[in-house]
Design a binder for this molecule. Sequence first.
Ligand SMILES: [Zn+2]
Length: 354
Amino acid sequence: MSIAGLALSLTLASTTVITEGIQLPAAPPRCAALAAAPVCRDTPHGVIVGPAEGGGEAAVILAAEEARVAEQTWTSIFGIDPAPYAVVLDQALPSESLRAAGALRVLPWMSLTARRTMMEQGIRDAVAGQVPASQVEALTAAAMLQAAPQMQISLDNSAQPGVMAHELGHIWYMLGFWADAPQGDDRYGSPAPDWLDEAAAVLMEREALTEARRAAFHKVWAEAPRLDAVSELMAEVHPAFASGASVETLTNGAASASGPVVMMMSGEEFQRRTGTDIGAAAAFYTRVRAFVDFMEARTGDHQAVVRLTTHLRAGGTVADWFAQDPAGVVLGGSVAAADSAFKVWADIATAEPT
Ligand SMILES: [Zn+2]
């Protein structure tokens, strides 16, 4: 995948979203209680709603299938039920009515049709801003034709199985483990270290996306093999926030107490809003996946991430966890020892052909 074609999807929740002492409701929202929803499908723990027009029903059915798989993946990895949620395609229903029906968080999502329309509108606007009115029509058609292959790649990427599951993972991780924890200074996701928020989401991704991240790690490691990869990752600020941007500036104030906002940004837009190169941002996800793979390969312990989470939630530190947890001990018993173990693992893993 070329960097130019890379669109980064970020779930950004306002730092004010966390409510003290939140109680997870026992019952998920149900379509039966959402009479105003044009199209609606129940999943075991949530609802997917979308518009009736423009292939909305097919998009809702597809999203519901993805969400159902995501729920199973979540429970098998984290051992708890997903918090009650809703996914809303193309703003088919206001978030308030979904929350009133029991959704703790509402994930706004775009159907492929809406994504395509948005991209085409972007091209139309760009052309209209540059040429005399008499030429707009002809030049727009030419620009559409030229942009078509890149647009298709971007649409295919956004439609990959696991992309929505990743974002649902962020929501369920935050609600399942950190709902009543003070956010402190952490800007991204939950109060967990940024890499751990991302790990929870990356673990939700499906085969093709996971393989793409593993292939990308070969390149990342070849370009920058590190002696302190684990220490660096543990302390790293999510690249979207590394230069001090806030959720409010990244989302133009759209992220609010009502729930997360999903941003799809092109490389240029990401650079403009965050001051960070999108390739560096993508490498963060790649290195998170690699660390999760390293833990799994070395410990075979599927519960390690969950125990680390509950340890941190209880006020423990990453250093204690490495020293005390059985998986941490296998990884070397300290962050510094894990740095060395990771280097050995990464050198071998990237020496194999992809
Ligand atoms: Zn993420």
